[in-house]
Ligand binder design. Structure first.
Ligand SMILES: Cc1cc2nc3c(=O)[nH]c(=O)nc-3n(C[C@H](O)[C@H](O)[C@H](O)COP(=O)(O)O)c2cc1C
Length: 184
């Protein structure tokens, strides 16, 4: 490895600005009526595949739902997901019920990878919680032994997006402690 300054300069020149893609990501729920080019969708999916999982068990699966009828079913499985009907795709995250001790962490890593890469490719996205898993599994032929707790809706952002930067975050000093709880 070159010295640290050279390394940091190289990283910057190579354009690997993951920080920007994370910091500027906001959950948006309004989309243009445009499909996602397959090349970009594959990058997003590749990013989910490379997420690490507990003991590398890799029991997370994704159903990519692009057709209107499927997206309607996905939207109806949530209580706060009507907007999924207008997304280009719904990524339905499924995890085997024997998926390890921390299955939500595993699919959380997959989902965040997807959303960050999507953001860096100019796509908007937002999570949706599934409230009626049984109905969703039936609609998409997902086997019984999988849980489908979360969906990501994704597409190109509508110009009229109202949801941008709408939710402030608590200050860093209110959430990060050093060495022991409460020390900043
Ligand atoms: C676990 C989880 C479940 C969520 N479920 C929903 C949902 O069902 N419907 C929805 O519209 N947004 C959902 N969201 C999105 C949150 O409302 C959003 O992340 C939060 O308000 C911050 O938004 P911002 O990044 O645009 O500031 C969910 C987010 C998380 C992390």
């Amino acid at each position: 490895m070159p010295d640290l300054d050279t390394y940091l300069l190289l990283m910057r020149l190579l354009g690997m600005d993951a920080y920007k893609a994370v910091i500027e990501k906001r959950d948006k729920r309004e989309f243009e009526n445009l499909p996602i080019p397959e090349e970009i969708l594959l990058k997003v999916l590749q990013a989910t595949r490379m997420a690490g999982s507990g003991k590398n068990r890799q029991t997370g699966r994704i159903v990519v739902v692009a057709e209107q009828e499927g997206r309607n079913s996905v939207a109806e499985s949530g209580d706060f997901g009507d907007w999924v009907k207008d997304a280009a795709v719904a990524l339905v995250f499924a995890i085997h019920s024997d998926g390890g001790l921390r299955p939500d962490f595993d699919i959380g890593r997959m989902a965040q990878n997807a959303m960050i890469v999507a953001n860096s490719e100019g796509l908007s996205s937002c999570p949706m919680t599934v409230y009626r898993q049984k109905e969703l599994k039936a609609a998409l032929s997902i086997p019984d032994e999988y849980d489908v707790p979360m969906v990501i809706g994704m597409g190109f952002p509508a110009n009229s997006s109202k949801t941008s930067r709408s939710h402030p975050r608590i200050p860093l000093e209110d959430m990060i402690y050093r060495e022991t709880w409460g020390s900043i």
